[in-house]
Design a protein around this ligand. Structure first.
Ligand code: PEP
Ligand code: MG
Length: 796
């Protein structure tokens, strides 16, 4: 019988090309069993064909379609929950067709016979396949049932795996993405249970640093679930790939373990006192695991993420799962790190020109174009490296042509950092305060190498062409990778409308911050008041609307939050005709910006252009996924004035149109209970908020080491805002750079109960994965009743 028409397949007949037949997880277990010598617990997998056959024969296809037709609004939580639950109940209520049940029964007994046990304990796992869908992870919840015993129980668990195709989150995701729910199919893996006395994970790249000369092994007592979910701090080992020597190890305190119970099921138990601080692995076992890791990596030809376990009865080591590692491969960091490390170790031979802060990762070489005066900007050619004192919003068109950017001034939240992250090009900022300014240390028209992973610029071309780290974000987009669905929405920061189409395939839930300034600098280039005076107000409205339309269309149904203009006077002045209208302010960052302009008679006509453009997009183009956000709003009175003005111009909050406030001034937090009445919620601008809480000019490289969003004062403010907003049913998001620069900051936000996070395009995938893991951990914590204790005191 052809594989695609089989009801189930044994591991030795499956290989990695069978993803559409048995899903990713089963295909990987089959590949290792049939093509390598690593020890994999034996088993079989039901096929996608069997799933479809079950759905058709039972009439579930029709029933499910009917139920899904009743889902009129996927955003309606109770409705979504009720319908998904009905579908799962319907699946569980159906008998497994006799031929599938018989095939599972027979295979289960054969498995027992082969292993010398009449009713073996097995693990049943779901393995999702989704034909034609770029992301299979939402197809099922990747359910795993451990320690299952008896053929009938196995059949029930297979049905439970099937039902997991219709969890609330999976239904929500597919509906939002416009995917057909019945295109998804599920395979169930039935595999001999490893009675793990210890288990863990290993990676063939150090996931913390990207160093691929070592294998990282993590180990804890009991089953591996608690290591994967981060419930225990495991022992860790770094093993040199060449010598298999343990270069570093840390033995941690492991107080709890997740163990199988003799009669089925699994439970959390305390680790016996004498084992809490004991090493889980012997040096010999570490070495054996490392050897398996190496052979798996060699076989697949890429970094691997592997799960393993040690059977308590035989002490045998088993490989339970292996999949390509995603974070480092995905971000193309291996090349960056490897080459950067080589560069570093050869530093003596290399000529370091300047050092600075690594603002946007990447490694590249090219011709340096040193622009000391904005009037020289026309000299910049496509594909050169831009070296300048500091970029400004009206430089974006030039920055889009640059291969990399090096600036004298600025910190991690300056204009150059933000834009290069969005463009996906390497960027080093603040060279001046790290020794020599880039514009002095780098000679115009010479070849340089920018190592933006470490913030170093070298003379000459030190990298081979195939190691050039170009277009990392674009590579990310085209990778067919799987992403989990998260309860916390993950939005993307995107300003440049021309990038919207390219990034639209990233797994984000919408645009959390679209800085309007980008539309002015990409399409308009002229000061709004100058255009009004020149009789070209309509032209400005049309161009603004065009930019917004591009983004809203690219994101299809996903929401787009446009932030009203937040140029500073120094930046407005650079727009054509701006000189006449802009004051010279001693500190523009603290000056005439954001909300203070909108109701000011000197500027309000320009603000009305913004409102008209938004109305045009929503009303004329019908793109009602466009919402707005008010930046830099200093007082409750300002919030009142601006929202009243908007309403007078026909932009009023409603179920279909949301108005957000940037929470980026301490006053927004302290008086959140009063701001609440004017808005649907907040997006925290951690860049400005940190500046204003810590008194650190965000663009001043001299004190950039003092600028840190992770400061307890900032964290307390964020916690307080979330609590105060939630009391009135308002939502809170965050769109500053912090979670893009410090992925661990995301953990704090999730634990604080944030509703969504908006990150740079290059961090969307990784953040999605981090958040999914964190959410799962929090759910487990609540199920086991073990609340998490905050490391710091966030009491306001
Ligand atoms: C912020 O302040 O964190 C923010 C996102 O806005 P901007 O960086 O544009 O000031
Ligand atoms: Mg801001």
């Amino acid at each position: 019988m052809e594989k695609k028409n089989a009801l189930l397949l044994w591991f030795e007949t499956i290989n990695r090309n069978d993803v559409d037949v048995v899903g990713g997880k089963s295909a990987s277990l089959g590949e290792m069993t049939s093509q390598t010598a690593v020890p994999v617990p034996y088993g079989f997998a039901t096929t996608a064909y069997a799933y479809r056959y079950f759905m058709k024969k039972s009439g579930l296809n029709k029933k499910i379609s009917e139920l899904l037709n009743q889902l009129t609004d996927v955003e309606n939580g109770p409705q979504l929950r009720q319908i998904s639950q009905k579908i799962r109940t319907a699946i569980m209520a159906e008998e497994m067709p006799a031929d599938i049940a018989e095939a599972i029964r027979n295979a289960y007994h054969d498995l027992g016979e082969k292993k010398g046990e009449t009713t073996p304990f097995v693990a049943v796992r779901s393995s999702a396949t989704a034909e034609d869908l770029p992301d299979a992870s939402f197809a099922g919840q990747q359910e795993t049932y451990l320690n299952v015993c008896g053929a009938e129980d196995v059949i029930t668990k297979v049905k439970e795996c099937y039902a997991s195709t219709f969890t609330d989150r999976a239904v929500y995701y597919r509906t939002k993405q416009g995917f057909d729910h019945l295109d998804v199919a599920l395979s169930a893996v039935i595999q001999m249970m490893v009675f793990s006395k210890a288990a863990g994970v290993m990676f063939t790249v150090n996931v913390a640093t990207g160093d691929d000369t070592h294998i990282l092994i993590e180990a804890a007592w009991g089953l591996g679930e608690y290591v994967v979910q981060g419930m225990v701090t495991p022992d860790s080992y770094l093993i040199d790939k060449k010598t298999l020597r343990i270069d570093k190890h840390t033995i941690n305190e492991k107080k709890i373990q997740f163990v199988r119970m003799p009669d089925g099921g699994c439970e959390e138990k305390l680790v016996p006192t004498d084992l809490i601080d004991a090493a889980v692995l012997t040096p010999k076992q570490v070495c054996e695991l490392a050897e398996y890791a190496l052979s798996i990596e060699k076989h697949y030809g890429c970094y691997m993420d592997i799960e393993w376990g040690i059977d308590e009865r035989t002490n045998q080591l088993w490989i339970l799962q292996a999949r390509p590692e995603t974070v480092w491969s995905w971000r193309n960091k291996e090349t960056i790190q490897k080459t950067a490390k080589e560069l570093e170790s050869n530093n003596k031979k290399r000529e370091v020109l300047v050092k600075g802060m690594p603002a946007s990762p990447g490694l590249i070489s090219g011709i340096a174009r040193v622009i000391c005066n904005p009037s020289m900007i026309d000299q910049f050619k496509d594909g050169e490296i831009l070296v300048t004192e500091m970029t400004a919003p009206d430089w974006v068109p030039v920055m889009k042509k640059a291969k990399a950017i090096v600036t004298d001034a600025g910190g991690m939240t300056c204009h150059a950092s933000i834009v290069s992250r969005e463009l996906g090009i390497p960027c080093v900022v603040g060279t001046k305060s790290c020794g020599i300014a880039g514009t002095l240390g780098i000679k115009n028209n010479t070849v340089i190498t920018v190592d933006a992973a470490h913030g170093i610029v070298y003379a000459g071309n030190l990298i081979k062409p195939d190691e050039q780290n170009e277009k990392t974000v674009q590579q990310n987009v085209t990778q067919s990778e799987t992403f989990p669905v998260t309860g916390t929405k993950i939005y993307m920061n995107l300003g440049d409308p021309d990038l919207a189409e390219k990034y639209s395939t990233l797994p984000c839930d919408g645009i959390g911050l679209m800085r309007e300034e980008f539309i002015w600098t990409t399409y308009i280039h002229e000061h709004p008041l100058y255009m009004i005076e020149d009789g070209r107000a309509q032209e400005a409205i049309d161009k603004l609307a065009e930019g917004m339309q591009k983004v809203c269309q690219a994101m299809s149904l996903r929401p787009v939050t446009l932030r009203f203009s937040d140029f500073k006077s120094s930046e407005y002045r650079d727009l054509k005709g701006g000189d006449k209208y802009e004051p010279h302010e001693p500190s523009a960052l603290l000056g005439w910006r954001g909300a203070s302009r909108y109701y000011d008679p000197k500027y309000t006509e320009a603000f009305k252009l913004e409102i008209k453009a938004i109305k045009k997009v929503r009303e004329e183009y019908g793109l009602t996924n466009l919402h707005v956000m008010i930046p830099f709003c200093r007082s409750v009175e300002e919030a009142r004035k601006v929202t009243a003005l908007m309403a007078a111009e026909g932009l009023q909050r409603g179920p279909d149109f949301k108005v957000w406030l940037m929470a980026e001034i301490p006053a927004n937090i302290i008086l959140a209970d009063q701001f609440n009445q004017f808005v649907d919620g907040y997006s925290i601008g951690s860049n400005d908020l940190t500046m204003l809480i810590l008194g650190c000019d965000r663009d001043n490289d001299t004190i950039s080491h003092l600028f840190d969003e992770r400061n307890l004062a900032v964290k307390r403010a964020i916690r307080h805002l979330i609590d105060t907003a939630h009391k009135d049913g308002k939502t809170v998001s965050l769109c500053g750079q912090a979670p893009s620069v410090y992925p661990d900051f995301t953990e704090f936000l999730i634990h604080s109960g944030i509703d969504s996070i908006s990150v740079n395009p290059d961090m969307v995938g990784q953040t999605k994965k981090n958040v999914a893991q964190l959410e799962q951990r929090i759910m487990l914590e609540s199920l086991t009743g073990r609340g998490r204790i905050d490391k710091e005191d966030y009491t306001w």
